[in-house]
Write a protein that binds this ligand. Structure first.
Ligand code: ARG
Length: 122
């Protein structure tokens, strides 16, 4: 399949550009540009293959169908490899694992030790 992409000279990547900082749009002098971490990865990918990159923007829910029907060559869209999705498509290795935290005020630290501390508190 990679040879096919090379032959046609363009890698078509599907994304749903509504998910900063992974993929989103910026308007520059009337032109819409796709930016974000995933877009940078897609650019590198195309560059390494020696082909042009074409981003196809669509609803997140349409991405897997677009891939299965070959409307796009690949998908990059901050998508987690769930067992359900893995039934129909082949995920790459994980390239980013988010570390996100919830914050509370320091003075409340003793009050909220863990998730169970949030029970019956108003
Ligand atoms: N990470 C979540 C998932 O895999 C949401 C991804 C949404 N991505 C997007 N480009 N809108 O379901």
């Amino acid at each position: 399949y990679l040879q096919k992409v090379k032959d046609k000279g363009t890698l078509v990547v599907g994304t749903s550009a509504d998910y900063p900082p992974y993929e989103f749009t910026v308007k520059q002098s009337g032109k819409t540009n796709y930016v974000g971490l995933d877009i940078e990865i897609a650019k590198k990918f195309a560059k390494n293959l020696g082909v042009k990159l074409e981003i196809k923007n669509m609803n997140f829910d349409s991405l897997l169908v677009a891939l299965e029907t070959h409307k796009v060559d690949a998908v990059i869209s901050g998508m987690n490899p769930t067992p359900e999705r893995q039934k129909s498509v082949d995920f790459s290795n994980i390239y980013y694992r988010g570390k996100q935290y919830m914050l509370i005020n320091k003075k409340d630290a003793a009050l909220y030790k863990n998730i169970h501390s949030f029970k019956n508190k108003t």
